[in-house]
Design a protein around this ligand. Structure first.
Ligand code: PA5
Length: 328
């Protein structure tokens, strides 16, 4: 299935992921701190779950770790969710191992792989994800499943109606809306995604989609902080640049971003993305990133699905890990 076709599956992936997370009945009663471990597209699901939890209100605090180690706070968590679409990401497996060694309850989300084997061996709840997709295109399945786990035990105030409404809205996002963003990405040496702090997780998602699908260098600037440093560089920049501006919901930060946008417009093409404060809004913006970056790759004659440097990194790391593995 082409990558574009995989993004077209988002409405059903969201619905499916949420109901799989709800059904699993992971025990998170009385939990206060939840850890989500994941890398790349799977880590992005953790970031967006945190953003959605902030929008709807959550009685638990959520930390997202994208590393080999959780760090010294491991034991303070009540539940660890190891999220890896392939189930074979070493950093995520390593974090899960550390959490289990620290006595933390855990559950696993994957389409299979080593994480599934570990879950079966250790008797951990395993939430299956539909297989055959690229991890970044499976985002709503993973986000939906995390939200389902949180909603099933009242950790998150998110209703099934809200998920249904997001599903309906995703069906209406058209590939055509993405054309202008795709052109801006394709014609630039560097793409800057400038956002307010409240929606910086979405800016990060755009950055990684541009890097993986369009194979372009992208950076994130978060306002107002970047007005005190990054903004200064643009008037001296000479290569073709474009800017994608994602406005969140905090009034002064939006003003800061508008002031910065006047500078961006002097340097290169500047396009706006507005985000509604809802699950639907978060996913619509993410889907627009998916469509835009696939179209940009196509315009450049590149395969949006191919990630040779990431594959080589993963291969090297796996060899190293297998040589040293302690046996989970
Ligand atoms: O989207 C991708 O292909 C990557 O960013 C992967 O998500 C990343 O390499 C981690 O792999 P996984 O999601 O299988 O844990």
């Amino acid at each position: 299935m082409s990558l574009l076709d995989q993004y077209l599956l988002w409405p059903e992936l969201l619905r499916e992921g949420f109901s799989r997370g709800l059904e699993k009945r992971v025990d998170v009663r009385r939990a206060e701190r939840i850890l989500v471990c994941g890398m790349g597209g799977s880590g992005a699901a953790g970031d967006l779950a945190l953003l959605v939890a902030r929008i709807y209100g959550s009685r638990v605090s959520i930390d997202v770790v994208k590393d080999f180690s959780v760090g010294f706070e491991t034991r303070d968590y009540d539940l660890a969710l190891a999220v890896s679409y392939s189930g074979n990401t070493i950093e995520t497996i390593s974090c899960l191992s550390e959490a289990l060694a620290g006595g933390v309850k855990a559950a696993v989300l994957s389409s299979g792989g080593l994480l599934r084997e570990i879950a079966e061996r250790r008797g951990l709840p395993w939430i299956p994800l539909r297989s055959g997709l690229k991890p970044r295109a499976a985002l709503p399945a993973m986000l939906g499943a995390i939200l389902g786990v949180l909603a099933s035990t009242d950790c998150l105030r998110l209703s099934e109606e809200e998920v249904e409404s997001a599903t309906a809205r995703l069906e209406r996002v058209s590939v055509e809306e993405a054309r202008a963003y795709a052109e801006a990405i394709a014609e630039s040496s560097i793409v800057t995604i400038a956002s307010t702090r409240d929606v910086s997780a979405l800016a990060e998602r755009w950055r990684s989609e541009i890097a993986e699908n369009s194979k372009k260098v992208a950076k994130v600037e978060v306002y107002p902080e970047s007005a005190h440093n990054d903004l200064n560089s643009w008037l001296f920049f000479k290569a073709p640049a474009s800017f994608i501006v994602i406005e969140g919901w905090s009034e002064y930060s939006r003003e800061a971003l508008r002031i910065a946008s006047r500078v961006f417009k002097q340097v290169g093409r500047t396009l706006q993305v507005s985000v509604e404060k809802s699950l639907a809004g978060v996913l619509e913006t993410s889907l627009l990133a998916g469509y835009s970056t696939v179209l940009a790759a196509q315009a450049l004659g590149l395969d949006p699905a191919a990630t040779p440097a990431i594959d080589a990194y993963r291969g090297e790391l796996e060899k190293l890990w297998r040589a040293r593995r302690s046996g989970l």
